[in-house]
Ligand binder design. Structure first.
Ligand code: 0L1
Ligand code: MG
Length: 262
């Protein structure tokens, strides 16, 4: 660790205000070049603590940078995690207001909903499948608070892994009834296919990502509680959206998810 508790709190306030007021900031490592991964997660956990203190509920977690496409897009090699607050969630077929966001992008994902806690170390695909209640197709809307999505891994961890909104489908599938590795996903914007991929793009199998999350949380003495929604990470590269765009994700054997940006 290189930052004091006071600096962690100041940075949490700085980054969270950018999210709440929908304005961009320069990456925080410009001012704190010696910040460590541990400092960055401390900033993220402090933002989470502040939201809970103000009455928000944490409904789940997300993994980010779990596919080759995303790693190449962002020029990094390591998956990261963030939290999902209740107000990030939007209903299927609903509207997402651009005025609350800076420069959103959409990603095709698979959401796992847990029925039992998952605590690392030692979590593996088998433990994840046993603890999963059902899976849903999902679109994550990421919105980095950093100008032009320009950041390094430490800065983006502190910014809650760019989390901002998410929409899940409504057709819940038992995890044992779908072939998550070979599952095909097609993302359309305004009726045009913009990205497609298969579940295996996420670390070979999306459940691997959930196991990795449980093991990463275990290092902090934390766990994934039962009843959590976990976004396993983007199967495709992220695509920028603008007001007026209608986004639909079609998932093989799992229905579709739609939203309009207004
Ligand atoms: O969900 C993600 O993969 C995003 C992680 C953070 C990097 C980004 O903003 O693209
Ligand atoms: Mg994502």
């Amino acid at each position: 660790m290189s930052l004091t508790r006071e600096q962690i709190e100041q940075l949490a306030d700085h980054v969270e205000q950018a999210e709440l007021q929908a304005h961009d900031i320069t990456k925080i490592t410009d001012d704190y070049p010696d910040m460590t991964f541990s400092d960055a997660y401390d900033v993220q956990w402090e933002i989470r603590r502040r939201k809970i203190e103000r009455g928000a509920r944490i409904v789940g977690m997300k993994m980010g940078l779990t596919s080759r496409a995303k790693m190449q897009q962002m020029g990094v090699e390591t998956p990261i995690y963030g939290f999902l607050a209740d107000y990030f969630e939007r209903p299927d077929s609903g509207e997402i207001e651009m005025k609350d966001l800076i420069h959103p992008k959409v990603e095709a994902e698979i959401a796992f909903v847990t029925k039992a806690p998952l605590k690392g170390p030692g979590c593996h695909v088998g433990s994840v499948l046993a603890a999963t209640d059902f899976v849903l197709p999902a679109v994550e809307i990421i919105d980095s608070r950093y100008r032009d999505f320009k950041f390094d891994l430490v800065s983006v961890i502190a910014d809650n892994a760019s989390s901002s909104r998410f929409v899940t489908g409504t057709r819940a599938r038992n995890v044992h009834d779908v072939d998550l590795r070979n599952l095909g996903l097609v993302m359309e914007i305004n009726g045009k296919v913009v990205e497609l991929g298969a579940g295996a793009a996420v670390l070979g199998h999306p459940a691997t990502s959930i196991a990795m999350l449980a093991n990463m949380l275990g290092e902090r003495g934390e766990e994934i509680p039962a009843g959590s929604v976990i976004l396993s990470g983007a199967i495709t590269a992220a695509v920028a959206v603008k007001a007026g765009d209608a986004v639909t994700l079609r998932a093989q054997d799992m229905g579709s998810v739609s939203m309009r940006f207004v």
